[in-house]
Design a binder for this molecule. Structure first.
Ligand code: BTN
Length: 328
């Protein structure tokens, strides 16, 4: 008997006590073995009432991101069939790369309650305090051409944006390519890493960091003006498990469309509608550390940012870091 089996049974019988004898018969173990697992679950934060002669009843579950907790709310075709859970890890993206060295299933997840070396784009640190955010990586092995990879970034940003909007009932926007903002502050970041050869993708790791119940003190001074959390924006603690489940359920549908080459027009249209940058004047840092000033015109079908430079030239930018600028 493993703790998740017992937990499942307790969850299915939330209104009644299940006796130790009944549980020991169902699982074919001794009553002491049942008691030990109950104690372990209580130590993990499950509130389980135990009454002599009656048995055990589950009263409350902690908001932990255990794989079996996440999986019970998934209605996915591919995503989350295997979930690797860690209380603490260096970086879920780094662990994803280790998992990818052996056979894995498309959509495997690595999730952690905290990260010691959470990474963002441009080698920045991703603040990952214990049980306050959700830090996860989705491991994929799509059989597609390299030029379609940017679509994965698009669908991930859109899945997170739609899930959060639905969950907290507030406007959520995408800052190209894949920062998620509420009230112009960053709530979530996405880091996509790819391994492949010229004509073949080995794997893709999509890392998603969501500031769910972080407090303003969790961000250092330089971040506090630009970053926020669902808790700060809504004024109440949010259920991390539910946020993750919602994101994975929506992502699964978009990923299915992506693999079948379906609905991309409507996905990119939706992305445009949620785009924070269209129509704004911006400064874009491109990879050689140059900066260009421009006005954002559109998001192209291939995911590029279409901008008009100060001299009237129109350019498609495939990557870069964008900040708003007051002048053009
Ligand atoms: C960014 O906006 O710069 C991207 C941030 C990505 C953070 C996530 S948290 C889970 C995964 N593991 C990491 O080390 N990074 C990503």
């Amino acid at each position: 008997m493993c703790s998740s089996d017992l937990l499942k049974l307790l969850k299915e019988n939330k209104t009644q006590y299940l006796s130790g004898e009944y549980l020991s018969t169902v699982f074919g173990v001794s009553r002491t073995a049942v008691w030990k697992v109950i104690k372990q679950l209580q130590e993990e934060g499950y509130i389980i009432q135990s009454k002599t002669k009656l048995g055990y009843k589950l009263v409350e579950s902690p908001d932990n991101l255990y794989s079996y907790e996440i999986q019970e709310g998934l209605r996915t075709k591919r995503i989350g069939k295997n979930i690797y859970y860690f209380e603490e890890i260096d970086s879920t993206n780094d662990y994803g790369k280790i998992v990818a060295q052996k056979p894995f299933e498309d959509g495997d997840i690595i999730i952690a309650e905290s990260q010691k070396k959470g990474r963002g784009r441009f080698s920045r640190e991703w603040v990952s305090p214990m049980r306050k955010g959700a830090y996860l990586s989705i491991l994929l092995k799509p059989q597609i051409s390299f030029e379609k990879i940017t679509r994965l970034t698009i669908i991930t940003a859109l899945a997170v944006c739609s899930a959060l909007e639905d969950y907290i009932q507030k406007k959520v926007e995408i800052k190209w390519p894949n920062d998620i903002l509420i009230n112009q502050k960053k709530i979530c970041g996405i880091l996509t890493e790819i391994s492949g050869e010229v004509d073949k993708i080995n794997y893709v790791v999509i890392g998603i960091g969501i500031n769910i119940n972080l407090d303003i003190e969790d961000f250092d001074e330089s971040l506090a003006a630009k970053a926020s959390s669902l808790k700060i924006e809504t004024g109440k603690i949010q259920k991390r498990k539910e946020v993750v489940q919602k994101i994975l359920n929506i992502f699964d549908q978009y990923y299915d469309d992506f693999l079948n080459d379906e609905n991309y027009e409507s996905i990119i249209d939706e992305y445009r509608k949620k785009s924070y940058l269209i129509g704004k004047n911006v400064e874009v840092k491109i990879y050689n550390n140059d900066s260009i000033r421009a006005r954002v015109l559109d998001i192209e079908k291939n995911g590029a940012l279409k901008v008009e430079l100060e001299n009237g030239e129109i350019r498609d930018l495939l990557s870069g870091e964008v900040t708003l600028s007051t002048s053009f």
